[in-house]
Every structure is written in C-alpha cells, then in structure tokens.
Design a protein around this ligand. Structure first.
Ligand code: X2X
Length: 359
C-alpha cells in the first residue's frame, strides 16, 4: 500500500509538471510610450491602463512608462523590445516602428492625407479601412499583436527663426526629426538641414538652440513648452501620426479569453479618447463632435482653442495658402513616389481607394 501511494504521488508529480499550468498573470505589465504622460498620447495610454485595471478588478496591472524609459531613449528600437518581451504593451507611433515594419511609413508619406479635402476623414478611412487591415497584418506578421489605432495627431512644424510657408523659408534650417529615413528625405527635398535625434534629447536641444525647428502635433509639443522657444508654428499637417495599441503575442496568449476581450475593448475606448483629444480644437470640420464625445466620457480637456492658446504665448501661426501648399506638395512628390514601392504599391493603392471612398 505504501509503495502504491509513493508511486501514485510520483506519477501525479510528473503529470502536473508536464501539463500546461494556467499561465500566471504578472504583477505588472510594462507599457511603452515616448512622450510624457501629460501629452494626449500619454493621457490615452494611461486611460487604457486605468480601464483595464478597473475592469479586471485590479488583476491586470499595466504601468505606463513615459519618456521612452523602456527603450532607454532609443525609441526606434521599441518594436524589437516588444517582440522579445522586454516590453509587454505599447501605445506607439507608427514612425518608431517603421524601421522594422516598412508598411508603417504609409502615414508619413508627405502631404498624402493633407492633400485630401478632409484630412481627418481620410485618415479614418485608412485606419478603419482595407489599408488599416493590411497594416495590422504587417505588424502581426513581424511579431506584435495589434489591438487598435489611436492618434498622436497631424504633425506641424515649429521653429525659432521665422514664419515658414515655403521651401525658401525652410532653406538651411536645422530641423530635428525622428530616426526614420523617410523624414530625412522629406526635409532634404524641402531644402532644410534635418538631423535625427531621440525625443528624449530634443527638448534640451531646443532649449539650447542646437536645432532651429522640430515637427510634432500641437497636443504633443505644447505640454513640453516648446512654444516658449519656438515662436513660429506652421499648420501644414504634412504627415499623419496614428498610434497603435499593441501587445507582445506571448503575453496576449497568457490571458484568458474573457480578459482578452476586456483588454481589447479598453484599447478601443482609449484609442477613441486619444483620437478625440488629438483633434479637439484643431479639426475645423468636426462640428463639435470631438468635444461632445470627450464630455460624454467625463474628460473634456482644458484647452479647446489651440490657435488662440498658442497666440497667447506669443506664437505666430502660419497657414500656407493653397498655392503655397501646392509648392510643398510638388517639391516632395519625388520622395512620395520613391517611397511607394518601399511601403508596398498594393498598400498605398488600398489607402488611396479608402480615401477616395469618403470624398
Ligand atoms: O519623437 C517624436 O517626435 C515623437 C514623440 O512624436 C515620436 O515618438 C514619433
């Protein structure tokens, strides 16, 4: 009998060691973002973490690490670190993942969305359309579980020297860009002197006048007080910058179905919040719907009129005329043409069709 019990016990031990245990949840899941929590990008990421924590009864604890802490400032390594599990979750810009996933350069094609009658409608048509599905598939093929899009915003130009509406105005200016080759090509084509620099180094470079200009959405540069140094802002909307909520696939597989559904739903709601924050006070055709939505979730922002807010800081805002815009479009057309094939002709065409369907 004793022998039998010992045998039974050892069999049970062997069996339990080979059976897959219900995956234990981590105490903390690390979520990567590049800017500070005070930006719209950061607020959207924090909202996601808050919703997940609340709805999982505290079981799933996502911590937002701002200022590119998880990539030690190397923001264009972010996708590799998500893939290898150093980063669990991310709310990332397509720009930072584009060195590993060329398809993501779609959103940074110069004046691709800005040339459409309604740039926001065009962007939604792409993120929610066939092109968006292709982009999500490209991310998944490279080893990231895609949840949904959010938004950093349309990227505007700021500088300390002069009002800019043409390539001549940009001539010779040192402009900080992200370490992504398409951005270098665009600014070179416009006659500027682009320099790549991590966002974490950019603020001090601006304060010290090491660079003359930079490009980011208003919602991202304002909280960092860049308007105190750059008194000229150009509303040219030259590239779109959606964010993407993504998860490491192994981490995703460790959640049960119910929690996966909860996380996906939270990402969608946080994405919608981020989109509305990126647009409120900037989308001249929204008919008030972004503010209404933000109010409905109890998150109406303090700043509702970006133009006046910037002007009150002594900023001169330049909006290029349609003729001036055409010159910028023409100057960067060779860059757009050259990048179509790098991104994939099929994807660019799908995006053009998505945009045409809402015109
Ligand atoms: O580095 C930037 O410019 C930023 C914060 O917008 C991105 O991470 C793409």
């Amino acid at each position: 009998m004793k022998k039998f019990l010992v045998l039974l016990l050892s069999v049970l031990m062997v069996v339990s060691s080979v059976l897959p245990a219900a995956a234990a949840y981590k105490n903390e899941y690390k979520l990567d973002i590049v800017p500070s929590i005070t930006t719209g990008w950061g607020m959207g990421a924090q909202y996601f973490a808050d919703l997940v924590k609340e709805r999982s009864g505290g079981k799933i604890n996502i911590k937002v690490y701002p200022n590119a802490q998880l990539t030690t400032g190397q923001q264009t390594n972010a996708f590799m670190l998500l893939r290898n599990g150093t980063i669990d979750f991310a709310c990332q810009s397509t720009i930072n993942y584009s060195p590993q996933i060329p398809e993501l350069n779609l959103f940074a094609l110069p004046f691709f969305f800005a040339s459409q009658p309604d740039r926001y409608k065009a962007m939604d048509a792409v993120t929610q359309g066939r092109a968006g599905e292709m982009v999500a598939a490209a991310i998944e093929a490279k080893g990231g579980k895609f949840l949904c899009f959010g938004e950093n915003g349309f990227r505007e130009l700021t500088n300390s020297k002069r009002s800019i509406a043409s390539p001549e105005d940009l001539s010779g200016l040192k402009i900080r860009v992200v370490g992504s080759p398409l951005f270098l090509d665009i600014f070179k084509a416009l006659g500027a002197n682009p320099v790549t620099m991590a966002w974490s180094d950019t603020i001090s470079a601006i304060q010290q006048g090491v660079v003359d200009g930079q490009e980011n959405p208003v919602n991202t540069f304002y909280p960092l007080k860049i308007q105190e140094y750059h008194k000229f802002v150009t509303y040219w909307h030259y590239v779109a910058d959606p964010t993407m909520f993504v998860v490491n696939p192994k981490v995703w597989a460790s959640f049960n179905e119910e929690d996966q559904a909860l996380i996906l739903q939270a990402a969608k709601e946080a994405g919608a919040y981020q989109v509305a924050l990126a647009r409120v006070g900037l989308d001249e055709n929204d008919g008030g719907k972004n503010l209404e939505f933000l109010k409905s979730i109890g998150k109406a922002p303090e700043i509702l009129d970006w133009t006046t807010t910037l002007q009150d800081c002594g900023v001169t805002i330049t909006t290029p005329t349609p003729e001036q815009m055409q010159v910028l479009v023409d100057k960067t057309k060779p860059v757009l043409d050259a990048w179509r094939s790098k991104i994939g002709e099929e994807l660019v065409k799908a995006a053009e069709e998505d945009m045409a369907s809402v015109r």
